[in-house]
Each structure stands twice: as structure tokens, then as C-alpha cells.
Write a protein that binds this ligand. Structure first.
Ligand code: NAG
Ligand code: NAG
Ligand code: NAG
Ligand code: NAG
Ligand code: NAG
Ligand code: NAG
Ligand code: NAG
Ligand code: NAG
Ligand code: NAG
Ligand code: NAG
Ligand code: NAG
Ligand code: NAG
Length: 432
């Protein structure tokens, strides 16, 4: 069956003014088909380096959904069906609130104090999992639903039906300049038409980050809506050998719990051909966080580390599926002894204007993969955790100086612009 674009438009026009569409409409007959709904048509298949075998898996696909409490997903019939095929991670946690810092953390091993969804860019002296993968020639890509063109830099994208489906805050690789401002790397930030072509050509990369659009990830909708999208997209792909090989591990997770006043437990599920029959329809109660996606990948492929929270033994347990094979020793933290992962706004960092500390060099660490800490070539090694200046409240400084003088200067914390008199001098002093 081919769904014509006119039918598709007809289906969505009615929901233009409503913020929540009530029912999912399939954009095409199958997830392996391109669709005008996904905007830019693919310009060809991605090129990957030859397969690099990992200890347990050769492909890792993570799919991120949004803002849902654990039990809402746990009790949904579609999620229950998926759970029967995989391992439910009952003690998996987001690392803060709101969305964007969780996504940033998932590739860079830290969120640098960010407590908003602001348009920001992380300088290219900050390394990511991509540096570690490329050091071992492991191919990677990200697929962003409704991102119009490859490497698109805009804050969001509104389709011809006037609905904003794509948001950059959920596209972690686009936020790091070391990726988005490198033409070759940016071309690996791809849209869902590329996905259709790449899966059809059996050319998916080995490390893949998938972000559904703001409706299909539950951000603007309900868990039932997401379940319909999963039934359309993921369920058939699990049977497609170009997507799910015998050596594929899939993580279905949520960025954060909806309720800030409780710790940040999110529903997370491991799926894929790599899960042995005897572990399907089981639960793993080990404490994991989004940093575990980094430590598990590092452990599986013998990678280096980022010298950030990916190397923090408290926060970055390796998925037992892998740790049991590599004999990596996880901590045994249980629910009552977990760190607070719902803290937001008070953590110092380069992206916290209330407690600003410049981007620091990584800490030379022992990670889970046995490789060295990766230091970006242009990182200032003398600006590190032991030499870091005390946090500065830029917001307070701006407020206290704004009334005083006629000259106004603007200062950038990421791309957030804080305007205030005498401000540039303060920052210039800080950065010297
Ligand atoms: C769950 O799986 C069962 C058995 O395969 C099937 O009958 C049912 O329709 C599925 N439910 C959902 C919501 O996918
Ligand atoms: C493919 O190239 C065309 C022409 O430059 C462009 O309009 C389209 O957006 C590109 N597709 C993607 C997915 O970037
Ligand atoms: C999209 O981005 C623009 C800024 O470029 C912003 O003004 C607008 O609020 C954003 N819309 C949504 C739905 O995020
Ligand atoms: C989208 O918004 C524009 C400007 O408000 C309007 O002219 C156009 O008809 C709208 N399109 C749809 C499909 O509602
Ligand atoms: C975080 O959750 C704990 C319970 O796990 C609660 O006691 C605490 O108040 C929450 N913190 C915030 C900042 O909401
Ligand atoms: C949010 O996380 C807590 C654990 O911290 C979990 O028990 C709960 O199911 C989740 N949702 C709600 C509504 O509490
Ligand atoms: C999964 O396990 C539950 C009990 O935990 C059981 O009720 C259910 O039938 C199992 N499903 C499958 C498909 O084995
Ligand atoms: C590791 O994580 C724990 C729990 O969040 C935290 O208290 C500790 O400061 C972290 N260590 C480093 C070196 O950041
Ligand atoms: C966790 O528990 C296991 C089994 O009891 C034990 O072998 C291991 O040493 C413990 N790990 C730590 C870090 O204490
Ligand atoms: C990091 O530590 C390792 C092991 O101690 C050492 O060989 C390496 O030189 C250190 N790297 C830097 C940049 O200090
Ligand atoms: C990284 O780059 C930013 C922006 O240029 C700069 O503020 C920061 O001091 C640098 N940090 C390190 C450790 O090189
Ligand atoms: C920073 O200053 C602002 C404005 O005065 C204030 O509201 C905020 O509480 C301060 N934050 C911290 C962490 O001191």
C-alpha cells in the first residue's frame, strides 16, 4: 500500500491548531520507504568503514523517547510486548532535567551544568563518543525524524502543515561543534529519508542514535501515540535483518522522568538479536544512567574514555549483558543508596550562567574499555578539575551592573547571550 502525500496532508491539516494530535498517521507504507513528510529526499547511502567486531555486539542503536514516567510505559500493551522480547532495565536513570542536558550527556559524558533547552553549541575542544569510535574506525550516524536536510543547523523545523516536529535540543551530535562544524561529520547527521535508504541498502552504521519527532517521542503526545509509532516503525524493523542482526543491541529509553520531585527513573529496554533466548522477558535491576550507554559501548569495543562522567564508577555501570562477558565489575548501588539524578539548575558548569565555570579539560581516567582518555588536540590541559576557578554567578553580575553604566557588552555562555555592562571584562578576566 502506498500512502499518497495528499492523503497524508489531509490527515494532519486538521491538527494544526491543536497542540496534541490524538492519533498517529503512518507517513508511508513502511519505515523502509521515503516520505515527503520526512522533508529532504535522500541523496544516497552512507559510506561506512568495514565492520569492527565488539565483544558482545557489533551494532548499537539507541532510540530516545521523551518525558514519561516509568509505570506509564511499563503498563502499555505495546511496551509490554516489546519487553517480552528483551531485558527491562528497572533501575535506569536520566541524569538531570530538562531534556537537552540529558541528550548532551549521552554523547559527551557531561551536561556542563545546563538546566534549560536553550540553543547552545559546545566548543570543539570538548570531545565526544564520536572521537572514541573514530579512533577505532567504528562507523556511526544519527537519524533525526523531520530534520529537513543532513547536518541541518536550525533550532527546530516546521513542516508544511505548520507543526514543529523537529527540535535540535533532542539532536545531541548537532550541539557539539566538533561534529556539526566538520562537514564530513555533519553529513552523518541524517534524516529519516536517509534512514529508509540506508536500511534498504543494508548500510547502517555500527553506532546509531535515533530521535523520533516531537509527536512520536511522546514530547507532545501520549504513551499510546508513541506505542502506535513503535508498532509502525520499530516492531517491523526488529524482523528486518538489515536493521536487527544477530549482533545488534538496541536500547529504547526515555530522556527523563516526568516528575522532577522524585529521582529520575526512566523505562528502558534492551532489545535486538544479541539478547540470548534465556534473557528475553527478564528484568535487570542493576543501576544504570545515560552514562552507561557510553561506558557499555567503550567496554564492548575496547575504546578509550572521555574523562568525564562516562568514567565515573558511581554513575556509569556497564550493561550486565556486556559486563558479564568482559568481567567488568559494576557497583552494587540499590534504590536506597542512589545519587540524586533529579538535580537541576545548581550544578556548576560552562552552560550554567548562575554558576559558570569554563569548559575544563577531561580528567585522565581509567574507563571501562581499557583505552586512554581522549584529549582534543586544542584542549587547554592546564584548565582542569584541579585548577578550575570557583563558579561565578554571571546572572547576578549582569543584574548588578546593568543599571550602572552606559556601555553594554554581551557575553556568550554557549550561544545564550547575557547582556550587561562591564561584563566582557569580567569574562575576559575569568578566561585568562
Ligand atoms: C501483543 O502481542 C500479542 C501476541 O503476539 C498480540 O496478539 C497483541 O496484538 C499485541 N499487542 C500489541 C498492543 O501490540
Ligand atoms: C539532497 O539534496 C537536495 C539538493 O541539494 C536537497 O534539497 C535535499 O534537502 C538533500 N536531502 C537531504 C536529506 O539532505
Ligand atoms: C522554533 O525556533 C524559534 C527560534 O528559531 C523559536 O522562536 C520557536 O519558539 C521555536 N518553536 C518551537 C515549537 O520550539
Ligand atoms: C500555515 O501558516 C501560514 C501562515 O500563517 C498559512 O498561510 C498557511 O495556510 C498555513 N498552512 C496550513 C497547511 O495550515
Ligand atoms: C529528587 O527526588 C528525591 C526523591 O528521590 C526528593 O526527595 C528530592 O526532593 C528531589 N529533588 C528535587 C530537586 O526535586
Ligand atoms: C519516576 O521515577 C520513580 C523512581 O524514581 C519511579 O518509581 C516512578 O515510577 C516514575 N514515575 C512516577 C510517576 O513516579
Ligand atoms: C513474560 O513474563 C511474564 C511474567 O513475568 C509472563 O506473564 C509472560 O507470559 C511472559 N511472556 C512471554 C512472551 O514469555
Ligand atoms: C561521580 O558521581 C557521583 C554521584 O553523582 C558524584 O558525587 C561525584 O562527584 C562524581 N565524581 C566526579 C569525579 O565527578
Ligand atoms: C558487587 O556484588 C558482587 C556479588 O556479590 C561482588 O562480587 C562484587 O565484588 C560487588 N562489587 C562491588 C564494587 O562491591
Ligand atoms: C594519562 O595517564 C596515563 C596512565 O597513567 C599516562 O600514561 C598518560 O601519559 C596520561 N596522559 C596525560 C595527558 O597526562
Ligand atoms: C574550550 O574552549 C572554550 C571556548 O573557546 C574556552 O572557553 C575554554 O576555556 C576551553 N577549555 C579548555 C579546557 O580548553
Ligand atoms: C545567581 O543570581 C541570580 C540573580 O541574582 C539569582 O536569582 C540566583 O539565585 C543566583 N544563583 C546562584 C546559584 O547563586
Amino acid at each position: 500500500m502506498v500512502i499518497k502525500y495528499s492523503i497524508l496532508l489531509g490527515a494532519v491539516v486538521g491538527s494544526v491548531s491543536a497542540s496534541v494530535a490524538s492519533t498517529f498517521t503512518a507517513p508511508a507504507a513502511a519505515p523502509t520507504d521515503q516520505s515527503p513528510f520526512y522533508v529532504g529526499t535522500s541523496n544516497g547511502t552512507i559510506t561506512n568503514s568495514p565492520n569492527v567486531a565488539g565483544v558482545v555486539f557489533d551494532r548499537f542503536i539507541q532510540i530516545w523517547l521523551e518525558n514519561t514516567d516509568f509505570m506509564q510505559a511499563r503498563t502499555n500493551p505495546s511496551f509490554q510486548n516489546l519487553s517480552a522480547q528483551g531485558i527491562l532495565l528497572s533501575s535506569y536513570y536520566g541524569v538531570t532535567h530538562p531534556s537537552e542536558p540529558n541528550y548532551i550527556a549521552s554523547v559527551g559524558g557531561d551536561f556542563f551544568g545546563l538546566a534549560t533547552d536553550v540553543l547552545t553549541s559546545i566548543p570543539n575542544n570538548v570531545s565526544t563518543i564520536i572521537d572514541l569510535l573514530e579512533a577505532k574506525n567504528i562507523s556511526w550516524s544519527t537519524y533525526q525524524e523531520n530534520m529537513p536536510t543532513d547536518g541541518y543547523a536550525g533550532y527546530n523545523y516546521t513542516n508544511s502543515d505548520n507543526y514543529t516536529y523537529y527540535a535540535r535540543k533532542h539532536n545531541p551530535l548537532a550541539i557539539y561543534n566538533s561534529i556539526s562544524q566538520d562537514t564530513t561529520r555533519a553529513s552523518r547527521i541524517r534524516n529519516f529519508n536517509d534512514f529508509a535508504v540506508d536500511v534498504g541498502n543494508n548500510s547502517l552504521s555500527q553506532w546509531i542514535f535515533v530521535t523520533p519527532n516531537l509527536r512520536n517521542d511522546a514530547h507532545d503526545t501520549t504513551i499510546e501515540y508513541v506505542a502506535s509509532w513503535l508498532d509502525y516503525w520499530l516492531v517491523p524493523l526488529l524482523q528486518n535483518p538489515n536493521f536487527n542482526t544477530a549482533r545488534t543491541l538496541i536500547l529504547l529509553t526515555f530522556d527523563e522522568n516526568e516528575t522532577y520531585t522524585i529521582n529520575n527513573n526512566v523505562f528502558s529496554l534492551l532489545l535486538g538479536g544479541v539478547i540470548p533466548q534465556n534473557l528475553r522477558n527478564t528484568t535487570d535491576d542493576t543501576f544504570y544512567t545515560h552514562y552507561s550507554t557510553l561506558s557499555t559501548v567503550q567496554n564492548n569495543w575496547g575504546l578509550g574514555n572521555l574523562g568525564r562522567q562516562d568514567a565515573n564508577k558511581t554513575l556509569a555501570n556497564v550493561f550486565a549483558l556486556v559486563a558479564d562477558v568482559t568481567s567488568y565489575e559494576n557497583n552494587n548501588l540499590t534504590t536506597n543508596s542512589l545519587p540524586s539524578l533529579n538535580i537541576t539548575g545548581t550544578i556548576p558548569g560552562a552552560l550554567n550562567p548562575d554558576a559558570y565555570v569554563p569548559y575544563l579539560a577531561p580528567t585522565n581516567s581509567t574507563g571501562t574499555g581499557g583505552g586512554p582518555t581522549f584529549f582534543a588536540p586544542n584542549v587547554n590541559m592546564s584548565l582542569n578539575a584541579s585548577t578550575a576557578p570557583a563558579p561565578v554567578n554571571l546572572t547576578a553580575l549582569a543584574a548588578s551592573s546593568s543599571g550602572k553604566s552606559g556601555t553594554r557588552a554581551s557575553v556568550r555562555v554557549g550561544i545564550q547571550t547575557i547582556v550587561g555592562a562591564a561584563f566582557a571584562a569580567v569574562i575576559a578576566g575569568l578566561l585568562l
